[in-house]
Write a protein that binds this ligand. Structure first.
Ligand SMILES: Cc1cc2nc3c(=O)[nH]c(=O)nc-3n(C[C@H](O)[C@H](O)[C@H](O)COP(=O)(O)O)c2cc1C
Length: 337
């Protein structure tokens, strides 16, 4: 199987909801929810993509090459690249008729593990959304991060316990999920004050990550609650229309809380060059969403591993071309101003 075949298969298997466009930029799928689109006009998804594309990278080839190290240490482990699969769930609703939740989670978690990175898994209205990820993570010895919806504190704590039981290396919560159009639920779900976040952080020994931070102030509140890290994210533009792209807000957030906790970022990151740009803007690591779904629908675990290696190779080549031999050398001077 080559990657063009993966894309062709995905086009057939994604129920016409995702068209597997040449550029996964949010234009053709504006407002397509259920499906992969951004909310409303789709502008938040489009901004994510566009703002990364606009950044320019400085070349630098006058240096002594000693070796390019793309490895990252996180959660007490070493990963091959500083990017991971973002949580994607409710796939039976978004791309109906092909994968069950269990088959999808299994493909992504396994493929990432094989390629030397890890997958975040999701949560949703049906039990299978969370459980499928937990099962898949258990099967690979815990190398994955279950991402729990911001239910009431008692329910989140129960789910944290379930994540601990499968040996997950960390836990996340997508605090922005209350804005999801498909999550019309009677259950308690929504924002969390610092005290609730602190209670959740203190309820587990595992690193706790809050996903869905878009301002320096909310990043600072998460820091005050003691989280291990944040994901700068607008949920791929799916929870609020008219937000800035994550590349626009990341530098200010990194200025405020960088070095004090881990900063992940997602939204519109498509290539190894984009991963490099995200690190240059101040993040420690990156999540990639829709392209991983496409890789899984087109090629299962093999497609996921193949996609990871493609992006990883591009990332390593970008390091060579910019004279950055380790992740810590990638800073804002690598971008053209
Ligand atoms: C179909 C679909 C389902 C998603 N499900 C979840 C989820 O269960 N939990 C979560 O935190 N984020 C979820 N997300 C958001 C992604 O984790 C991620 O933030 C976003 O897709 C990143 O943008 P990108 O797809 O442009 O890379 C979902 C996104 C899509 C497209």
């Amino acid at each position: 199987m080559n990657y063009n075949e993966v894309l062709e298969n995905a086009r057939k298997n994604m129920a016409g909801r995702c068209l597997v466009c040449k550029e996964c930029n949010g234009v053709a799928c504006k407002g397509v929810i259920p499906g992969p689109g951004g909310k409303g006009s789709g502008s938040s998804f489009i901004n994510n993509y566009q703002r990364f594309k606009e950044l320019r990278i400085n070349m630098d080839l006058v240096y002594r090459r000693t070796g390019i190290d793309t490895n990252i240490e996180l959660f007490g482990r070493t990963f091959k690249y500083p990017f991971f699969a973002a949580p994607i769930s409710a796939v039976e609703i978004h791309y109906p008729g092909y994968f069950s939740e269990y088959e999808y989670s299994d493909a992504v978690v396994k493929g990432c593990k094989e390629a030397g990175v890890l997958a975040f898994t999701g949560d949703g209205e049906t039990k299978a959304c969370l459980l499928s990820g937990l099962d898949a993570i258990k099967a690979v010895g815990g190398v994955g991060v279950p991402t729990i919806k911001p239910w009431g504190v008692k329910e989140v704590k129960e789910k944290i316990k379930m994540a601990e039981d499968v040996g997950a290396v960390a836990i996340a919560m997508d605090i922005d999920a209350a804005g999801l159009p498909i999550l019309a639920t009677e259950r308690e779900i929504g924002p969390k004050p610092i005290e609730d976040l602190r209670e959740l952080v203190n309820s587990t020994k595992l690193p706790f990550i809050v996903k869905g931070i878009m301002t320096p102030d909310s990043a600072e509140r998460a820091l005050e609650a003691g989280v291990y890290g944040i994901v700068v994210s607008n949920h791929g533009g799916r929870v609020l229309d008219n937000t800035p792209g994550t590349a626009e807000v990341l530098p200010e957030i990194a200025k405020r809380v960088g070095g004090k906790m881990k900063i992940f970022v997602d939204g519109g990151i498509r290539t190894g060059l984009d991963v490099f740009k995200a690190l240059a803007l101040g993040s420690d690591a990156v999540l990639i969403g829709r392209p991983y779904a496409i890789a899984a629908y087109g090629g299962g675990a093999e497609g996921v591993a193949m996609y990871t290696e493609r992006i990883g190779t591009e990332f390593a080549q970008t390091m060579v071309m910019t004279g950055r031999q380790s992740l810590t050398e990638i800073d804002s001077t690598a971008l053209w101003k």
